[in-house]
Design a protein around this ligand. Structure first.
Ligand code: GLU
Length: 306
């Protein structure tokens, strides 16, 4: 499962020729649980690609969710990746140290009239949509936001905010798409070595939340900002984030950020065919280690030769 032997250096030279700079890869876990084999695969793919293309390999901690991320999980990320034999550049960017940067990007979008405050809870939303047949869902399966708070008057918004009600900030998708005005696409390598353009369809996400009620940002905002400022040229991550890339592409245009190439790789599945994830309690790397599995066993099992 490593990048295929058929793709020789000549072929790669073509892909990477546009810039004289070394390609930059990153692995960006959220320290909200222990890493499992799926993470190991993604981290190894990034590090292998960096090695093959004389690139840089960065580790970024996506720890904006202060309730779920924990220092011991963060420590475990370092230990598990080092155990796998990975070497990354220091210092490691920790997103929780950059809230003000993300917040100011959010504020900029808000000042342009592209965001509106949303006071709805999940329950409010499900109450609205449960009565409606075949209500559309986003690629993650959540209901498309029915737009309740988009229609509030300025006075009502101001009144609720002044009374201390917490609000998330949602993107007015129709407005954003019309402001951009062009068809968006991103460059995707998939499992192969040929780049194709994938049409971005951010509308599939409806009025996505860009700043949560409890934190002044969201995964989508922080990831595009950090990929750009860290000069990431190649985002290599699981296919579960393929559809989110549509939204990322829109945000890159709105925030005037550079766009990396993407490679969305296959996800590892357990014997029942379910994708490995923290929520399905995939066995962690440290549990495997405690059972006597070696880093070399893991690398081999994942298709990395050494
Ligand atoms: N932090 C995300 C996760 O752990 C990955 C983000 C990305 O690679 O873009 O699922």
């Amino acid at each position: 499962m490593t990048s295929s032997a058929a793709s020789g250096p000549g072929h790669h030279a073509q892909l990477w020729q546009e810039s004289d700079l070394r390609p930059v890869f990153r692995f960006a876990p959220s320290p909200n649980g222990y890493l499992h084999l799926g993470h190991a695969y993604s981290a190894l793919r990034n590090s292998e690609l960096a090695r093959q293309h004389d690139g840089r390999f960065l580790l970024r901690l996506e720890d904006i969710d202060l309730d779920r991320c924990r220092p011991d999980y963060e420590q475990a990320v370092f230990e598990d990746l080092a155990w796998l034999g990975l070497v990354w550049e220091e210092p490691v960017l920790r997103q929780s140290e950059h809230f003000s940067l993300y917040a100011s990007a959010v504020e900029g979008l808000r000042n342009r009239g592209l965001l509106y405050p949303c006071f709805c809870s999940r329950l409010d939303i499900s109450r609205v949509v449960s009565g409606l047949r075949d209500w559309p869902r986003d690629p993650d399966g959540g209901p498309i936001y029915p737009g309740t708070c988009r229609h509030l008057s300025q006075e009502e918004r101001a009144r609720r905010l002044a009374s201390g009600q917490h609000a998330a900030l949602r993107l007015d998708m129709a407005q954003a798409v019309s402001e951009v005005g062009i068809r968006l696409a991103w460059r995707e390598l998939g499992e192969g070595e040929e780049v194709r353009d994938v049409r971005a369809e951010p509308q599939l996400w409806g009025d996505a939340v860009l700043a949560r009620k409890d934190i002044p940002t969201s995964y989508h905002i922080s990831v595009v900002i950090d990929d750009a400022r860290q000069g990431v040229t190649d985002v290599v991550r699981g296919k579960d984030l393929f559809d989110a890339t549509s939204l990322h592409r829109l945000l890159q245009i709105l925030l005037d950020l550079s766009a990396p190439r993407y490679r969305h790789h296959e996800l590892l599945r357990d014997v029942t065919g379910q994708k490995l994830s923290k929520s399905t309690r995939a066995r962690s790397l440290r549990a495997l280690r405690a059972e006597g599995v070696t880093a070399q066993d893991v690398r081999r099992r994942l298709g990395f030769s050494s």
